[in-house]
Design a protein around this ligand. Structure first.
Ligand code: BGC
Length: 380
């Protein structure tokens, strides 16, 4: 009921902006409202970005989380395509990272330890003996400073957060800026930037859970995936990469041709057993090492929605929500079950701080970290 009301309100805003066509209307491209009060008494807001096609993305500055992405299906009907919660409280207690900004280090660091210049840094352990997604209080639990920086007729939200030297064990004060831009080509573009005052490691990503037929529509096994990767990084029983870059050829990790996500997910493959499904980093094929290139494309035959992921990053974690078990209730009270969503987390490879052969995640004073990822929506 609540979800229906939210969607009705959002559709209302969409049709309002569709009827106006001048710059006064552009102000409406970004709407801000209170999303609730954090446990330490601060107000979190919800920003709704609307483009000229009526596509809408709602983002809270709590954890920088994407709360909804509303896009048309093949019949032009608008609908939400990400899992999440109706209220701030959901995000405060969430353990699944729905829609959140992840840092300082997205994915796992083995034994929650790494060395820089011979100094060992010990991190908070929040995944057995390992560190996952930034630690116990990662960037997904921070309240970010938000600013409307919409320009050229496209809504854009800037989020800033300073992670203190020693936070969760990471060295250096890290100043982070993330900009979400909703383009008029139905792209959600995310620009991540950071600088540090001490050598550190950085790996920022977004953890949206997509279901192109909408949350509550069942599993994503019939969605058809293409991943632009000839190799992936196999893992051990803790989901830490072994260090090998393994060819996908002849394995259930070969998504070079469009293939249903569910086609091989329960096959007798050691890597799939370790992940309880897909929970692996793919080594992206890069034509231009520094530029944006296609990481993955997903087509949902039921809704006709298509998602393309473009990134400057060398890797993408493909995760089929194997750990959701129906115990978490999200938007509209829907129970989120196993494999009812997929994540495509663009990133550097897991455990890179301990794998000298992987692309480096080191950031030094004077350098600027900058990566871009684009989620592009279309229909077929
Ligand atoms: C990880 C999973 C983890 C999930 C949610 C993914 O990025 O690879 O193993 O369960 O995030 O926490």
């Amino acid at each position: 009921m609540k979800a229906r009301l939210t969607i009705a309100l959002l559709l209302g805003v969409a049709s309002m902006s569709a009827t106006c066509a001048n710059s006064a209307e552009m102000a409406k491209a970004m709407e801000k409202k209170s999303f609730g009060t954090t446990p330490d008494g601060k107000t979190a807001d919800l920003y709704t970005l609307t483009n000229k096609n009526g596509m809408q993305v709602a983002i809270t500055n709590y954890g920088g989380a994407i709360v909804s992405i509303i896009v048309p299906d093949k019949n032009g009907k608008l609908g939400d395509v990400v899992l999440g919660y109706d209220t701030l409280d959901g995000y405060v207690t969430d353990k699944n990272y729905f829609g959140a900004l992840i840092g300082r280090y997205g994915n796992r660091i083995g034994n929650a330890q790494f060395k820089i210049d011979g100094i060992t840094y010990t991190l908070a352990k929040n995944n057995g003996k390992n560190s996952l997604h930034g630690g116990i209080k990662g960037f997904n639990k921070a309240l970010w400073d938000a600013k409307d920086i919409s320009r050229n007729g496209e809504p854009a939200l800037e989020l800033k957060y300073t992670s203190k030297d020693g936070e969760e064990g990471f060295p250096g004060n890290l100043s982070v800026t993330v900009v979400y831009t909703l383009t008029n080509k139905n792209e959600l573009k995310i620009d991540y930037s950071a600088t540090t005052d001490k050598k550190t490691v950085v790996n920022l990503t977004n953890h949206s859970y997509f279901n192109l037929s909408g949350p509550g529509s069942g599993d994503i096994l019939k969605s058809v995936l293409r991943v632009n990767a000839d190799k992936f990084t196999p893992v051990d029983s803790d989901l830490i990469p072994t260090g090998e870059l393994k060819s996908v050829a002849g394995t259930p990790f070969d998504f070079r041709e469009p293939t249903e996500i569910g086609a091989r997910i329960d096959s007798d493959d050691e890597q799939l057993k370790l992940g309880k499904g897909y929970d692996h980093n793919f080594v992206l094929n890069k034509e231009k090492p520094a530029g944006l290139s296609l990481a993955a494309r997903v087509e949902d035959p039921a809704s006709g929605r298509v998602l393309e992921v473009w990134t400057t990053e060398p890797g993408v974690q493909f995760y089929t929500a194997n750990f959701l078990d129906g115990s978490v209730h999200g938007k509209g009270g829907i129970a989120y079950g196993k494999r009812t969503a997929f994540c495509l987390e663009t990133q550097h490879f897991p455990d890179s701080p301990n794998k000298p052969s992987f692309p480096s995640v080191l950031l030094s004073p004077g350098q600027k970290y900058h990566t871009t990822t684009v989620y592009k929506f279309a229909t077929k």
